[in-house]
Design a protein around this ligand. Structure first.
Ligand code: NAP
Length: 302
């Protein structure tokens, strides 16, 4: 029997584990893919208080080590179901806990273009900091208008010969400060009010068709970095929590779901701001709530 099972080992889940372990709780982290979550893809993080600059990978790695140093247990298993009694069913086993924290975050949104999945690893990427080096001195494109797309374009401009930044609107959601840096680069070309409509190439990606107004323009590119946001994958929790129309988990208050002892923290829940700061904040709040509840139940039994 675990005190707390945490589903998802991104910054939220790892922070929850950190707090729970420091309160001497028995914790199991379950992760389907790799620890670190979305932040691993950020080439550089410059808006985390008191850390002037850190790569997303270093942030995740340090946090992971901090948790493991405290005796954290992480199993790479896919969670299939969480029950109201706080049992968690994975593809390998079933585990029982006193409290469960859902910290599954979000996944990359696809453009849903024909052949998009087949081109992954052959020109299409969702992670500039992971795959950027493969495109040294080549022409690449980034699609999206949020911070991820802007940071990806900036990162790639230092590696690639040329970067097209393609966005479907005139205005960007991303920070003005990064936009200024992009405008100072002479190898970044903005293509606005435009959508990528076709991927072309034999064995690998060779070019993309971009619709600008009514015109279709073909751009020869070796790589296309898709950074059009994220979406949650919370359907497996629909038996215990309510989801809004976009698939995010509804809470009754902050990280509390309608079922006592089941919490949701981080990007998976409905919230105003999805950032690294709010992710770790949620992890600490959820763990502290779970610890409090477990301790108060123990006192009642005594
Ligand atoms: P985002 O802010 O949701 O932006 C997604 C962008 O993709 C938007 O510009 C959107 O266009 C565009 N888009 C969505 N669907 C599209 C489609 N089907 N075709 C073409 N374009 C599409 O996503 P994000 O940039 O990944 O950022 C997610 C969150 O992480 C944000 O809160 C962001 O601030 C944060 N973040 C923080 C850091 C950091 O702190 N260092 C770094 C990266 C990201 P519209 O604008 O027209 O909707």
């Amino acid at each position: 029997m675990y005190d707390i099972i945490i589903v998802g080992a991104g910054p939220t889940g790892l922070t929850a584990a950190l707090y729970a372990l420091r309160a001497n709780k028995k914790v199991l982290l379950l992760e389907a893919k790799a620890y670190g979550g979305q932040i691993v893809k950020a080439s550089v993080v410059k808006n985390y208080p008191a850390i002037k600059e850190i790569s997303g990978f270093d942030f995740a790695q340090t946090l992971y080590e901090q948790v493991m140093d405290l005796g954290g247990e992480l199993k790479y298993e896919t969670v299939l179901k969480v029950n109201e009694d706080k049992s968690v069913v994975t593809n390998e086993d079933t585990y029982q806990a006193k409290a469960v924290i859902i910290a599954t975050g979000v996944e990359n949104r696809k453009l849903n273009l024909e052949g998009e999945s087949e081109y992954i690893g052959k020109g299409v990427s969702y992670c500039a900091s992971c795959d950027g080096a493969l495109y040294k001195d080549q022409v690449v494109a980034v699609v999206g208008g949020g911070n991820t797309a802007l940071e990806d374009a900036l990162y790639l401009s230092n590696i690639a010969q040329k970067v097209y930044l393609i966005h479907r609107r005139e205005d960007f959601r991303g920070e003005a400060k990064i936009l200024d840096e992009l405008r100072d680069k002479n190898n970044i070309e903005f293509i606005l009010n435009a959508n990528v409509v076709k991927l072309k190439g034999e064995e690998k990606l060779e070019s993309i068709d971009v619709k600008i107004g009514e015109e279709i323009k073909n751009l020869p590119v070796a790589g296309l970095f898709i950074a059009v946001g994220q979406e949650p994958k919370n359907e497996i929790f629909a038996n215990i929590v309510d989801l809004n129309e976009y698939g995010y988990i509804e809470t009754v208050d902050e990280v509390f779901t309608k079922i006592p002892g089941i919490y949701v923290a981080g990007d998976a829940r409905i919230k105003a701001l999805r950032q690294l700061t709010t992710a770790v904040s949620d992890g600490s709040i959820a763990a502290t709530a779970a610890i409090k509840e477990i301790n108060s139940n123990k006192k009642q039994i005594l």
